[in-house]
Design a protein around this ligand. Structure first.
Ligand SMILES: [Fe+2]
Ligand SMILES: [Fe+2]
Length: 314
């Protein structure tokens, strides 16, 4: 009988747990379908592409979407392992839930690595993906742990939103892609809850000065993630050219890079920072001045978020 939220998460985690071979099996992607839902893709903002080229763009984008999850899990897994190690083993529910959370992220990293191999094989060449993961993990983990927990909460909550709002009901999408992200969503659902609990726990122990530092670091983390998205948007432009053989003029290449970056910022930052559960957590741990500082930083970095706010205010 579950007694606390950690134990409830653990029970559910055990119920939905999957093996990598069950998820991937010998499934293949359907090249005649979209691989990423329209809400997460920049393809529709590239009117100079033919419909079949827009579809191929979603293949390139899904490859980097999957890669970026595995990339982020590289810093989430060791952080959660550290949280588990700091927990008294006799607090069984908490210790087991956190250990299981870390183990699931390690499994997701392996699953996404295998998936990338399958994508490369089907697309016919090794796609250029964001690299230097060791340096990126070191950079993220040099920031205050509470800020990394908040960034992780943002990621875990947008994973929930993407599946429910974009993948779940889209019958036109490639069935293998939907299956992979359904399985990921099932396990991430517990991560979102556990990360939220751990973020609250971290902030309760901190004084005001330390909280200020954590929010400065959170803004740095947004810049780090945005740097990854900018690099991946450039790489995806090259991946598209190689995949399709389509020659692009300078103006088209720039329009493609801009549309890709916009879609990635929406996908990896905006759908997280506007998720109701993330907003609730953020309001609980940040004072008014800290909230204002972070919001101002987000609006300065994310033009489409600023536009949406202006439209709402009008
Ligand atoms: Fe994951
Ligand atoms: Fe996760």
């Amino acid at each position: 009988m579950a007694r606390n939220p950690y134990e409830k998460c653990l029970e559910r985690a055990h119920r939905v747990n999957w093996r990598i071979d069950e998820v991937l099996g010998d499934r293949r992607f359907d090249p005649d379908r979209d691989w990423l839902p329209p809400a997460l893709s920049g393809a529709a903002a590239m009117p100079f592409l033919r419909p079949c080229e827009q579809r191929m763009m979603t293949h390139v984008e899904m490859a980097s979407y999957a890669h970026l999850f595995g990339y982020a899990e590289e810093f989430v897994a060791p952080m959660v392992l550290e949280l588990a190690a700091e927990t008294n083993v006799w607090e069984r529910g908490t210790f087991e839930a956190l250990t299981n959370f870390a183990a699931e992220e390690v499994k997701h990293m392996a699953m996404f690595r295998q998936l990338r191999g399958r994508i490369d094989e089907q697309m016919g060449f090794p796609l250029e993906q964001l690299g230097d993961v060791e340096a990126s993990v070191a950079q993220v983990r040099s920031k205050h742990r509470a800020s990394v927990l908040l960034l992780t909460a943002c990621i875990e909550w947008f994973t929930q939103r993407h599946y429910r709002e974009c993948f779940h009901d889209d019958e036109r999408l490639d069935p293998f892609t939907r299956h992979v992200f359904k399985c990921h969503w099932l396990e991430e659902s517990q991560h979102a809850q556990l990360d939220t609990l751990e973020t609250r726990r971290a902030f309760v122990r901190m004084n005001e000065e330390e909280r200020d530092r954590a929010f400065d670091d959170l803004i740095d983390l947004v810049d780090i993630v945005d740097g990854w998205l900018q690099e991946q948007a450039r790489a995806d432009t090259r991946n598209f050219t190689r995949y399709t053989g389509r020659e692009l003029g300078d103006a088209e290449r720039e329009a493609m890079r801009t549309a890709l970056l916009e879609a990635k910022r929406h996908t990896f930052l905006i759908t997280g920072v506007t998720h109701p559960r993330f907003l609730e957590l953020f309001a609980d741990v940040a004072g008014e001045a800290q909230q204002a500082r972070v919001n101002e930083a987000l609006l300065a970095r994310l033009p489409s978020l600023a536009e949406a706010e202006r439209a709402e205010a009008a």
